[in-house]
Design a protein around this ligand. Structure first.
Ligand code: ZN
Length: 476
């Protein structure tokens, strides 16, 4: 699924126009982007979607519908043996197309059942199918590969991708780790459904997104089949592997909860795990229905990672989380996972919302009020001279995407907005934002328009001082 192309709004609109025209006039033959009706044209798919923070991320010319990722992993040897099947629809006539892939050596690649040529350069896997692919047609790519998937280092120096642990692997993918272990269209604007078939030594658990359909042991190896039926961005996928204490339960409303906790962390994380149903329930009352058909958490020991990530339906934690971190990652299920960014520079739409949700949950739990947190020393209480105020919230840069500003200035922006437009309009806006962009993508401009609509106010100056200017806002 794909919503919104980057830096190509006009082209994308034109393409839609063509598709609509075609649907209305089926007598016309397929038309390429630059083609005249009647003469299909074919060209190379773009090697990127044009997101300035990650210039190689994503690709053009197709829309992925489904990933079927099947692999065996042995923690003892760190060897993966994998077959990934990508099902996509061509959005233009294609002579070649790219997938993003940083994984181990490829032994076989086919398109629509025919062995295809490919070349690799950096994260680009350039595929030349035997037969050109017609616009609007579905195609299937099968990639077989084996070896040890890489750890990926981010612009801020943190690690992601495939991170071996002492009993398995911790697998975070934000913002660019997913291509470490499967080939795909690695940008949040191309969401798809996923199936994971993971085989690990008996006694080890593989935990993926979505629901567990089956778990079968044969000759000392166990295969876990996980199914993620709601659209998911590649960066939110995980199959985290290790020795886990697994607990399955249901919320009072019947939402299944699956938690996998490293046995050494069970006691330390019990408080946060116990709160999952209450957090989901409280956020559902504020943000609208929980967007997915299952919830949970994966709590592992991956000390070199040092952060948690809102992997869809099952956030992953690299150490035992507190209640507030649990609340942050669960809030992301609405804001980040269901409603995703269109470009990475808008990361405050993820982190500011999840951080503000933490403030709200802390208040709900009898801790500091959101207003007290807003005014605290790590937020509005920072001196105007602090370097904190010198980063623009809507353009932190790839090195500071996960720094303080998108989180704290983002959350402050929401609290200040609440003061500006009042509780009724503000909470209606939060719900409406989750509903109207469910399973899709949105931008800061979309949010500003929604806030102006919900409040009936011109908020140009408000958002200017909070989101687009440097400096500590004084009046708004
Ligand atoms: Zn976050």
């Amino acid at each position: 699924m794909r919503s919104g192309l980057l830096g190509a709004a006009a082209t994308s609109a034109a393409l839609c126009g063509l598709l609509i025209a075609q649907a209305a006039q089926p007598a016309l033959a397929s038309t390429g982007k630059h083609g005249k009706p009647g003469k299909p044209t074919y060209s190379a798919g773009a090697p990127s979607v044009g997101d300035p923070y990650f210039p190689d991320a994503g690709n053009g010319g197709y829309d992925v519908k489904h990933y079927d990722i099947s692999f065996t992993y042995d923690p003892a040897t760190r060897h993966m043996d994998a077959t990934t099947t990508v099902t996509a629809v061509a959005t233009q006539g294609l002579t070649t197309f790219d997938l993003d892939f940083r994984g181990p050596e490829i032994s076989y690649l086919s398109v629509n059942g025919h062995r295809a040529e490919f070349q690799r350069s950096g994260q680009e896997l350039v595929v030349t199918p035997r037969h050109k692919l017609a616009e609007g047609h579905r195609f299937t790519v099968v990639v077989k590969y084996a070896g040890t998937p890489p750890v990926v280092t981010d612009p801020d120096g943190s690690i992601e991708g495939w991170v071996p642990t002492d009993d398995g692997a911790f697998v975070p993918g934000e913002p660019q780790g997913a291509p470490a272990w499967f080939p795909g269209n690695d940008h949040p604007t191309d969401k798809a459904t996923f199936t994971f078939h993971t085989t690990v030594p008996e006694g080890v658990t593989a935990v993926g997104n979505g629901r567990l359909l089956s778990q079968k042991t044969k000759k000392g190896w166990t295969t876990f089949l996980w199914n993620s039926t709601e659209p998911m961005a590649t960066y939110l996928s995980t199959v985290t592997i290790g020795k886990f204490t697994v607990t399955e339960s249901k919320t009072p409303e019947g939402l299944p909860i699956y938690t996998a906790v490293d046995p050494q962390l069970v006691t330390q994380s019990a408080g946060a795990v116990a709160q999952i149903p209450d957090i989901v329930d409280y956020f559902s009352s504020l943000f609208g229905p929980y967007p997915f058909n299952t919830a949970g958490a994966i709590i592992d020991r991956a000390p070199d990672v040092g952060y948690a990530l809102e992997s869809q339906t099952k956030p992953i934690f690299s150490s035992a989380p507190g209640v507030s971190t649990m609340a942050h990652e669960l809030a992301h299920q609405w804001y980040g996972d269901s409603v995703s960014v269109t470009r990475w520079s808008d990361i405050w739409l993820n982190e500011g919302f999840a951080t503000y949700a933490q403030w709200l949950y802390t208040e709900h739990n009898g801790g500091a009020t959101a207003d007290q947190t807003f005014n605290s020393a790590s937020n509005y209480g920072r001196a105007a001279t602090s370097s904190f105020w010198q980063v623009v919230a809507t353009d932190p840069g790839p090195e500071d995407m996960f720094g303080n500003v998108p989180y704290n200035r983002g959350a402050m922006t929401l609290h200040a907005l609440r003061g500006k437009i009042g509780d009724t309009a503000f909470f209606a806006l939060l719900k409406q934002w989750a509903t109207s962009h469910r399973y899709g993508n949105a931008t800061t401009a979309d949010f500003i328009a929604a806030a102006e609509k919900a409040s009936g106010k011109d908020l140009t100056n408000f958002f200017d001082v909070w989101l687009f200017q440097k400096g500590k806002p004084a009046t708004w």
